[in-house]
Design a protein around this ligand. Structure first.
Ligand code: GRF
Length: 213
């Protein structure tokens, strides 16, 4: 892959759109961090694929505009994907953060925001991709797991890795306990690295993500 600067200005706050599907604790961490102008990123909108979730309520409480694009409201997955891209594009993002967004974005979306979409996954990629990362790690019996921030490509949790964070798996863990431990580390990783992406920009060469333009 060739060099690909994603965030073009390191001076102005980067415009960040966050997509969520659930409780939005990762979103909240970003909202809290972005209060500080020195963070370098402004959360300009929050989108979701469903109504009635705490993630949207968190955005409302921070007076951040929200939108919902439900797959079932469109004639096809491609139509949904294009509509989602339109909704996001309206906010002119420098960076799109998938923070617990439980849908795969499709070709139209990725073409529109090429190299500008990052996702956080609750496992150490390339292990345990998909929607059950903590459960799959627990079932496998690994002794450490964690979370991965990556630049989204057409695969499932396969994109170039921005950052990873590691947590132990304890003998008495259930999926919930393990996922909660992961999420504590995940939120810190997300805040630290979205800030750096926003302030410094990044480039990708041969799958290696490096900060700086
Ligand atoms: C995170 O662990 C994310 O990686 C996974 O779902 C969780 C979302 O948590 N896909 P929240 O909605 O940010 O609290």
């Amino acid at each position: 892959m060739s060099t690909s600067p994603a965030v073009e200005s390191a001076a102005a706050p980067a415009r960040v759109v966050v997509l969520v599907s659930g409780s939005g604790t990762n979103l909240q961490a970003l909202l809290d961090a972005a209060i500080d102008p020195a963070y370098g990123a402004a959360i300009v909108a929050v989108g979701a694929d469903r109504d009635g979730i705490e993630g949207l309520a968190r955005a409302d409480r921070s007076s951040v505009p929200t939108f919902v694009a439900k797959l079932k409201d469109y004639s096809s997955r491609d139509a949904w994907d294009g509509a989602l891209a339109d909704r996001v594009a309206a906010f002119e993002p420098d960076l799109v953060v998938l923070a617990g967004f439980m849908k795969l974005v499709g070709p139209a979306f990725l073409a529109r925001f090429a190299g500008k979409v990052v996702n956080t996954h609750p496992a150490l990629c390339p292990s345990f991709p998909g929607t059950a990362g903590p459960a799959d790690a627990l079932a496998y019996g690994v002794k450490v797991t964690g979370a991965t921030l990556f630049v989204v490509d057409a695969g499932v949790d396969t994109g170039p890795i921005v950052a990873q964070t590691v947590v132990p798996v304890e003998d008495d863990d259930d999926v919930s306990a393990l996922h909660e431990r992961i999420k504590v580390a995940e939120r810190q990783m997300l805040v630290d690295n979205v800030g750096r992406l926003a302030r410094e920009g990044f480039r990708i060469t041969d799958r290696k993500v490096r900060f700086g333009l």
